[in-house]
Design a protein. Structure first.
Length: 249
């Protein structure tokens, strides 16, 4: 991020709820204007934008779309540039997450998991590349510790996140020296809301974490804020924010 840029504009995908919303709040507190992308959570996105605008009028704008669909990332890039006139940063946070045991994987699961976790970030980054170069901006991708250590029964998700990890390093190479590209790999931060992980399994995961506790969305958001604003000599890196879980998986 160019430290001399006044009131930078950052696109945050999947920004309406959970970790994405906290990332948006942290970046907004640092002075950024925000494009809040969402896919289904219109009410939450509008409520977050209203709260941010109340603190600083005109500082947040929402946009809806499925980034896994052809042409949608490019449409978001064009709309964001039309609205704010500049883009200084991108946080690729939007992600689907559900199990796909081998033998059950179908085209719909492929389109959803690969579309949200890899295809969308790739084409959105490509669509914003020239603008980010001009602004000497930054990209932060929300990866996962299971990009390197796959999660049983989640092979397709793990592969998609592995692709995003590779994309992070590839974009750092392709967009250097103007644009920094880094990733954050969360551990146990927020559990899925659909009961994918029963209480006993959650407890086992936390016990396997060196700090013996769950993290919070703020842990991820503070790291994104650091990589976006305060790490001018860091690029091509993926920082695990997982309480030490990946140290001995």
């Amino acid at each position: 991020m160019n430290e001399t840029s006044p009131s930078p504009v950052i696109v945050v995908t999947g920004a309406a709820r959970r970790v994405g919303a906290e990332i948006a709040r942290q970046l907004h507190a640092a002075g950024a204007r925000l494009v809040l992308h969402y896919r289904r959570s219109a009410e939450e996105a509008d409520r977050l934008a209203a709260t941010l605008d109340e603190a600083r009028p005109g500082s947040a704008w929402t946009w809806c779309g499925d980034l896994g669909c052809d042409g949608v990332p490019e449409a978001l890039a064009d709309a964001a540039l039309d609205h704010f006139g500049r883009i200084d940063g991108l946080v690729n946070n939007a992600s689907s997450f559900f199990p796909t045991p081998l033998g059950t994987i179908d085209r719909a699961a492929w389109d959803d998991l690969v579309g949200s976790n890899l295809k969308g970030p790739l084409f959105l980054s490509q669509a914003l590349a020239d603008e980010l170069r001009a602004r000497r901006g930054a990209i932060v991708n929300i990866v996962d510790i299971h990009a390197e250590r796959p999660l049983r029964n989640y092979p397709l998700y793990s592969v998609a996140k592995a692709g995003l990890a590779g994309l992070t390093r590839a974009l750092a190479l392709e967009l250097a020296p103007e644009v920094r590209v880094n990733g954050v790999a969360p551990g146990p931060i927020e559990w899925p809301e659909d009961g994918q992980f029963p209480a006993a399994e959650r407890e086992q995961i936390v016990r396997h974490t060196l700090l013996q506790r769950e993290g919070s969305p703020a842990d991820i958001a503070r790291t994104v804020r650091f990589l976006m604003f305060d790490a001018p000599y860091v690029t091509g890196q993926i920082l695990a924010v997982d309480g030490g879980r990946s140290a001995h998986l």
